[in-house]
Design a protein around this ligand. Structure first.
Ligand SMILES: C[S@@+](CC[C@H](N)C(=O)[O-])C[C@H]1O[C@@H](n2cnc3c(N)ncnc32)[C@H](O)[C@@H]1O
Length: 252
């Protein structure tokens, strides 16, 4: 199959960035049969990253297994804020880690961090273990972490699900059909999991430590209130181009 034919098949299937995707698929395919199979899977609606088996995240190539949440470009903003706050040697936790993209980005940028990660979803845990050298635990939020981390975490980053339940059906099919609901659904107002993350964060943070998470602009005010109510000092950072807000809670 020629590059032009791949482009026209992808375009006909509704891929907006057909040329870029075609080049990536051609590069990834070892043989013409491989290429045909990759194009078929993409045309059938699988996310490009699931077809390729990787996603670009900051300067990294992150392995993405089938059925695992695909790290989003907007989350690079969260990772960059975490990098800014992490000192060399810091104790860092990537909670709700998915592929582990955020933790991997911090580890690549800040020397000597001691990184742990956790997720409730077994496929995500397996995938994160491919991307991270530190331990990756399986379980519900903090219950997955070893007690020895309590009170010692300098940077706690949690890109938890924050889509309101009734908005999940409005998401693009790539997300709705190929990413697990547990990775998307944040409860009635989207903040159900994040409220639990915030409420217990103070007992895991070291003095002067920071909790960071992503929300939509609309959710930021309620999220800041939750951070304040937990006894952390709230602040926010936004990026209009990436359409994302990061809420930070700092332990005094
Ligand atoms: C929006 S995805 C983000 C994944 C990754 N942090 C990223 O930025 O690409 C949310 C992740 O939270 C995990 N998750 C949802 N509820 C959880 C819980 N109660 N405990 C631990 N992980 C949870 C999901 O399995 C999913 O991997």
């Amino acid at each position: 199959m020629t590059l032009d034919l791949v482009v026209s098949r992808l375009r006909a299937a509704g891929c907006v960035f057909a040329e870029d995707e075609a080049r990536l698929l051609v590069d990834a395919a070892g043989t013409p049969a491989d290429l045909a199979a990759l194009v078929d899977r993409r045309v059938a609606g699988l996310p490009l990253e699931h077809v390729l088996g990787w996603a670009a995240f900051l300067d990294l190539r992150i392995a993405v297994d089938p059925g695992v949440f695909v790290p989003r470009r907007r989350t690079e903003f969260l990772a960059t804020r975490a990098i800014d706050l992490a000192s060399p040697g810091a104790v860092v936790v990537d909670l709700c880690c998915g592929t582990g993209a955020v933790g991997a980005a911090i580890a690549a940028a800040v020397p000597g961090i001691r990184l742990s990660a956790a997720d409730v979803e077994p496929a995500a845990v397996r995938c994160a273990r491919r991307n991270l050298t530190g331990p990756v635990y399986e379980g519900d939020l903090y219950a997955a972490l070893p007690a020895s981390l309590r009170g010692r975490v300098d940077v706690l980053v949690a890109n938890a699900p924050y889509v309101p339940s009734d908005a999940v059906d409005l998401m693009p099919p790539e997300a709705r059909l190929h990413e697990p609901l547990v990775a998307l659904d944040g409860g009635p107002d989207g903040l159900a999991v994040l409220r639990r993350v915030v409420a217990d964060a103070p007992s895991w943070l070291a003095q002067g430590g920071h909790l960071l998470f992503e929300t939509s602009a609309r959710q930021a005010e309620a999220a800041v209130e939750a951070v304040h109510a937990a006894g952390l000092t709230p602040s926010t950072a936004s990026d209009s181009e990436l359409a994302t807000t990061v809420v930070i809670g700092s332990r005094p």
